[in-house]
Design a protein around this ligand. Structure first.
Ligand SMILES: [Zn+2]
Ligand SMILES: [Zn+2]
Length: 374
């Protein structure tokens, strides 16, 4: 079938919406008619070369839509089901999956670099030329073919734009708090970096009764914006990791139980460690450059029982955690829809990236339907 999709021709370039061929779903694959796709910093990492991806490629890994057709052997979903998409279609059988660590699936991660589906091949092409997938999803398109294991069926009344965000930013942030850290009522929490992921973490901390919840960012405006999401205090980046951490320790009455770091910047990660109290943990979510190193005062680790936790995709099990998160959203205690600052048609994908990079947007969601095309 023919679809319209945003294609990145080469690293560093702009994306162009054009017609592509999409092959039907093979065994264990699902054709999804996309309804919304969030724009994530990790998509930009493929454009600026931080992670790199073969081109031409259709980016986008934060999507939701309706199942249109299923390949042979698919049992998890059927036509008409609403789905949110996971970019870690864990195999369920490898050593990591057996240890209940599907987010670290030993099968999925090496295959992801091949920029196809689970067998390494593409379903996307243009005049017979291969077009690469991104994170198994490629959601900057009207439709996509994805692994069955990427599909999580969601209730029909969940808005597609909210469901799309649950596919990446929200699960990354919420899971870091609920799953990686297991934050409890009364725990002191700081969130360093209040973009879409950081604010998701912040809302999750507020929802479980953490107190205080301290927002840390580089400008007063962003700290104030975080307070509107329930932060009880704010700290503006004070020029260095130590000075910022000192401010957090002061505001929190001696350091936090969990410092959630969502920028991937070395200094911010350092500030997270230095912000913690005795037995406290830095919970590192941000994706640093490969050459980033983290220096911390080693003695404080045994002496204060400080800990450093890593968190990828919120340590989540998508088929469980997407639904848990959406249930709390539907109860009103996790106002995820407030993360969406801009909605644009797919045709304005480049403007969406400009908005994200300017820092003006919290989260931009693309309307991937034909009606949304301008
Ligand atoms: Zn993402
Ligand atoms: Zn696995």
């Amino acid at each position: 079938m023919k679809i319209r999709a945003a294609v990145l021709e080469k690293e560093g370039g702009r994306q162009h919406v054009q017609e592509l061929d999409l092959a039907p779903p093979g065994p264990g694959e699902v054709l999804v008619r996309l309804r919304a796709s969030g724009v994530c910093r990790s998509d930009y990492n493929a454009i600026d070369g931080t992670t790199g991806s073969p081109c031409p490629v259709v980016l986008g890994h934060e999507g939701a839509g309706v199942v249109e057709a299923i390949g042979a052997g698919v049992t998890r979903v059927g036509p008409g089901d609403h789905v949110a998409l996971s970019w870690t279609p864990s195999c369920g059988e490898c050593s990591e999956c057996v240890r209940d660590l599907p987010q670290l699936c030993a099968t999925v991660w090496p295959v992801m670099n091949e920029a196809g589906l689970m067998d390494g091949t593409s379903r996307l092409s243009r005049d017979g030329e291969r077009v690469y997938h991104y994170c198994f999803l490629s959601t900057f398109a009207e439709a996509c073919v994805v692994p069955e294991r990427s599909c999580v069926r969601i209730p029909d009344d969940v808005p597609f734009d909210v469901a799309a965000l649950v596919g990446c930013a929200v699960t990354t942030g919420v899971g870091a708090v609920w799953r990686t850290a297991s934050v409890r009522p009364g725990d002191r929490v700081a969130v360093i970096g209040c973009g879409g992921v950081g604010l998701s973490a912040l809302m999750a901390a507020v929802a479980v009764g953490a107190e205080p919840v301290i927002a840390v960012d580089t400008t007063q405006a962003r700290v104030d914006a975080a307070k509107a999401f329930g932060a009880s205090a704010g700290v503006v980046w004070a020029g260095s990791a130590e000075a910022t951490a000192e401010a957090v320790r002061e505001v929190s009455g001696g350091g936090v139980d969990y410092a959630i770091e969502a920028t991937g910047q070395g200094e911010a990660m350092q500030a997270a460690v230095l912000s913690t109290r005795t037995r406290g943990a830095a919970d590192l979510i941000g994706n640093p450059r490969e050459d980033t190193e983290l220096t911390v005062p080693a003695r404080t680790i045994p002496r204060m029982e400080r800990r450093i936790l890593g968190s990828i995709y919120g340590s989540a099990r998508p088929e469980r955690d997407f639904l848990t998160t959406l249930a709390v959203y539907r109860s009103g205690r996790l106002p995820l829809d407030r993360l969406i600052s801009h909605r644009l048609p797919l045709a304005e994908v480049n403007e969406a990236f400009d908005l994200m990079l300017s820092g003006e947007a919290l989260r931009v969601v693309l309307d991937t339907t034909t009606e949304g095309a301008s």
